[in-house]
Write a protein that binds this ligand. Structure first.
Ligand code: NAD
Length: 311
């Protein structure tokens, strides 16, 4: 039988790519409910889905910040049966915290963290009753490691990771599978929106040194990071589809040397020290580090063969 898949945030990026890939599955294993907050933005998905639209892919409205919209969407699915839930909707926020309002920060937490909680409150009880289901959560490498000027975004993804790590133990008892997908930089709308918001940011509340750091170091290198390390949404979608994913699944082999630093030093000083040097001992070290990461590529490929399903 076909597995019902519900994906959030399908108007662009990873959600769109994954919805289309699953709808086009050669073995026709999936019926995809591709959801988005604003149906006025459905055209790119409709175009990409082509003749699968109305067959293996249906588009539905769902706002992860609105409990009623989640309920209405789930109720509209035959028997409310969702075999695979992909919690993908999310948003970024960069910049000095002095220049962000608490309301802006709350919107990030509300979308990235409570969005997942709302979905699970609606969908988990059915999965538990059936003792079957797979929950895939698009987290981030920033769910395990903080990055300069991504304080609140990283906090929202850390929240997701802590929540899932706790829930995974219970899920196992109900034979449910939980997997956290941790992409590094992915070239999507996300990257463009976050960069544009950063460029427009009113930095008057920050001291000169902080404002300068954000503009002349962070924003200046932002595009380069995505250009040299960025994956495509399609690449990430391909990896999500790997069978039997482990609990934590990093998608970007170019980025794994950075996250490995975290596990190399239980005291936590090593990654902070390396990030500090990369950022403040400036361009030379920064580009040297990018080259270093590229050199490590073949090694990380060897030790983290993400293309191969793990057992
Ligand atoms: P994207 O901006 O193209 O996609 C995010 C989608 O979420 C958008 O379609 C947006 O409309 C939707 N969304 C936002 N708020 C919503 C809400 N309240 N209800 C429903 N949908 C909502 O960016 P993307 O890169 O495809 O992001 C997908 C996920 O991947 C996010 O969770 C993001 O945090 C994560 N991620 C992205 C990157 C990256 O570099 N792009 C890296 C790591 C993780």
């Amino acid at each position: 039988a076909r597995r019902n898949v519900l994906i959030t945030g399908c108007s662009s990026g990873i959600g769109l790519a994954l919805a289309v890939k699953m709808a086009k599955d050669e073995q026709k294993r999936f019926k995809v409910y591709a959801t988005m907050r604003n149906l006025a933005k459905k055209e790119p998905l409709e175009e990409a889905a082509g003749h699968r639209l109305g067959k293996t892919l249906e588009i539905k409205q769902l706002d992860v910040c609105d409990e009623q919209s989640i309920k209405t969407c789930v109720n509209s699915i035959p028997d409310r049966r969702i075999d695979v839930l992909v919690s993908n909707a999310g948003m970024g926020l960069i910049g000095p915290i002095e220049c962000q309002t608490i309301d802006e920060m709350k919107t990030v937490m509300d979308t990235n963290f409570f969005g997942l909680v709302r979905l699970l409150k609606e969908i988990l009880p059915d999965m538990k009753r059936r003792k079957s289901g797979h929950i895939v959560i698009i987290s981030s490498v920033m769910g395990i490691q903080g990055i300069l000027f991504n304080d609140v975004y990283a906090a929202s993804k850390f929240a997701v990771e802590g929540f899932c790590e706790s829930l995974a133990i219970q899920a196992l008892k109900f034979k449910l599978q939980l997997s956290l997908i941790e992409p590094g930089p992915v070239v999507t709308e996300f990257e463009r929106k976050v960069f544009e918001d950063g460029m427009k940011m009113d930095l008057s509340a920050a001291d000169e040194e902080t404002a300068e750091m954000f503009t002349n170091i962070y924003l200046k290198n932002y595009k380069q990071i995505f250009q040299s390390l960025g994956q495509s949404a399609e690449d990430v979608a391909e990896i999500i589809l790997a069978e039997n994913p482990p609990f934590r699944h990093q998608t970007n082999t170019l980025y794994t040397p950075m996250t490995t630093l975290k596990y190399a030093d239980p005291n936590g000083d090593l990654p902070i020290d390396i990030f500090y040097k990369m950022v403040f001992q400036h361009d030379k070290i920064f580009s040297a580090s990018l080259n270093f990461i590229k050199l490590l590529r073949w090694r990380s490929r060897k030790s983290f063969d993400l293309g191969k399903p793990s057992q």
